[in-house]
Ligand binder design. Structure first.
Ligand SMILES: Nc1nc2c(ncn2[C@@H]2O[C@H](COP(=O)(O)OP(=O)(O)O)[C@@H](O)[C@H]2O)c(=O)[nH]1
Ligand SMILES: [Mg+2]
Length: 322
């Protein structure tokens, strides 16, 4: 029996997909992002075209521990930006995000506040990909959204682990979201969040201890060895009620102006592009090298290592000479 093949959804050839994505059409845009995520055959051509048309959007990373209220906040931020006439794309790199379909029903219902608005586009990142990992993929997806004309891109990511920190760093501005519970400031410093924050948010400020938490972070910031010209704001929000959200958007926009006026925006973007180039090249050179070496020689050296007949340096030397 022949299997029933479901009718395929509209298919695009590469030039058409590129043209319609750049024109900001939603269906082609969604397809374009899937191409990027799956590293589909036309994706490099697509990315090249998008790269040339990107650089206009302001990318804002929202990171912090699970449950801090990032998704809630991102929803309200998007609404606020819409109220100001800006188009918004949301990229969720958090598997538990309601935007990824991973969260509780209540969260997903909340997200419907944004549905039906053509000025909002929501996308979750499902795969890590081979070409340089999650951060590279996120940056690429942001390029596509940027090229499609979205003016603000909000990137939600869980602030745990190195790869998530790298994702946060693909943004122009990074907000670290914490909650009032004591110990968060210390934990933030440990997790490396302190270094990447341009804006601190104490969300759930309706709970006790928000002022204290804000004070603790401000004190920690003052102790930093290299204060920058940008005074990192510590801002309180009640995301569930949109409390403090307009002011938070003001802080973001101030930071954008600061970055532009001081030349830091260009500097940051250049540093990030260098990182992206490095990531891509590493992935590419590594897979080329690994294919050249082959499994047999690889196993041989591993065995020599395990039996102490070769040192790691000697084994590396042998393989590198292949
Ligand atoms: N009390 C209070 N709860 C909040 C606030 N913001 C979010 N929440 C709740 O905190 C929980 C986790 O929120 P979510 O946005 O999914 O957090 P995420 O894991 O950081 O994305 C949800 O039940 C939200 O309704 C707030 O400002 N105050
Ligand atoms: Mg979330």
């Amino acid at each position: 029996m022949t299997p029933v093949i479901p009718p395929t959804s509209t298919s695009f050839d590469t030039p058409e997909l590129i043209r319609r994505t750049l024109a900001g059409e939603r269906v082609p845009l969604a397809r374009a992002i899937s191409w990027v995520e799956n590293e589909a055959p036309g994706s490099v051509e697509l990315l090249d075209a998008c790269f040339g048309a990107s650089g206009r959007a302001f990318r804002i990373g929202v990171t912090g521990p699970p449950g801090a209220g990032k998704s809630t906040l991102v929803t309200k931020l998007a609404l606020e930006y819409r109220g100001r006439g800006e188009t918004v794309a949301i990229v969720a790199v958090d598997p538990t995000s309601p935007f990824s379909g991973g969260a509780l029903l209540g969260d997903r219902v909340r997200m419907t506040e944004l549905s039906g608005d053509p000025g909002v586009f929501i996308r979750s990142m499902a795969t890590r990909g081979s070409m340089g990992g999650l951060a590279v993929h996120t940056a690429q997806v942001c390029d596509v959204l940027d090229a499609a004309g979205f003016q603000r891109i909000l990137i939600e990511t869980v602030g745990v682990g190195q790869s998530e920190l790298e994702v946060a760093q693909t943004a122009d501005t990074t907000a670290v979201v914490l909650v009032p519970e004591s110990g968060d400031a210390v934990q933030a410093m440990k997790a490396g969040l302190m270094e990447i924050a341009d804006v601190f948010v104490i969300n759930k400020a309706d709970r006790e201890g928000a002022e204290r938490a804000a004070f603790a972070i401000r004190s920690a910031l003052e102790l930093r060895a290299h204060p920058t010209e940008w005074r990192i704001p510590v801002h309180m929000t009640v995301a569930s009620q949109a409390g403090g959200v307009p002011e938070l958007v003001d802080r973001f926009e101030e930071h954008l102006v600061f970055l532009r006026d001081t030349g830091r925006l260009e500097e940051r973007r250049r540093a990030r592009l260098e990182q992206r180039l490095t990531d891509l090249l590493q992935a590419r050179l590594w897979s080329g090298f690994r294919a050249r070496v082959g499994d047999e020689a690889w196993r041989e050296q591993l065995a020599a290592l395990a039996s102490r007949q070769a040192t790691p340096h000697q084994a590396a030397e042998k393989l590198a000479g292949k």
